[in-house]
Design a protein around this ligand. Sequence first.
Ligand code: PRP
Length: 182
Amino acid sequence: MLDKDIEKTLISQEELRDIIASLGQTITRDYHDKLPILLGLLKGCVPFMSDLLKELDFHLEIAFMNVSSYHGGITSSGDVKIDMDLDTPVKDRHVLITEDIVDSGRTIKAVVELLEYRGAKSVEVVTLMDKPSGRIVDLKPKYVGKTIPKAFVVGYGLDFEEKYRNLPYVGLLKPDVYTNKE
Ligand code: PRP
């Protein structure tokens, strides 16, 4: 049913599996002795984080935050509102922020700065998708699944008006879905 609204597949289920398996190997190599906190930023991180976790073969903890950044206008990267904070102290811990997409970079940069301020031992980012064309602040995620072009993508956690997060792959929405709304 959701397929009919999708113009084109950008990352297929098969490619997602390959990307996540490869990220899992790299992160396992880098973090196996660090007992990191894998920190998911809600809500978009859910499918990616869930699949990535299963590829990480070492001890870790998971935590979640829900933040909204004030996009638009002249704002600093610190302008992020914490709607739900994580329940684990990060002081002296290695934190790996897990995201579905880095676009302007504002959200992640603000979270990175907050975690560093709170005394995390290290803060790095793993993102399924990186959209460098949208970047406004200086931020380079350490682990990137796939670099994508400037396009509005949905699925596998990413939404359009809160819908399509449950699409099992990443795709481009047909323009009539967002132009011919009732
Ligand atoms: C999306 C995405 C990132 C952020 C990326 O989240 O999950 O967190 O935007 O954009 P940026 O690099 O320009 O800051 P959103 O705020 O839409 O919330 P959601 O995860 O609940 O969809």
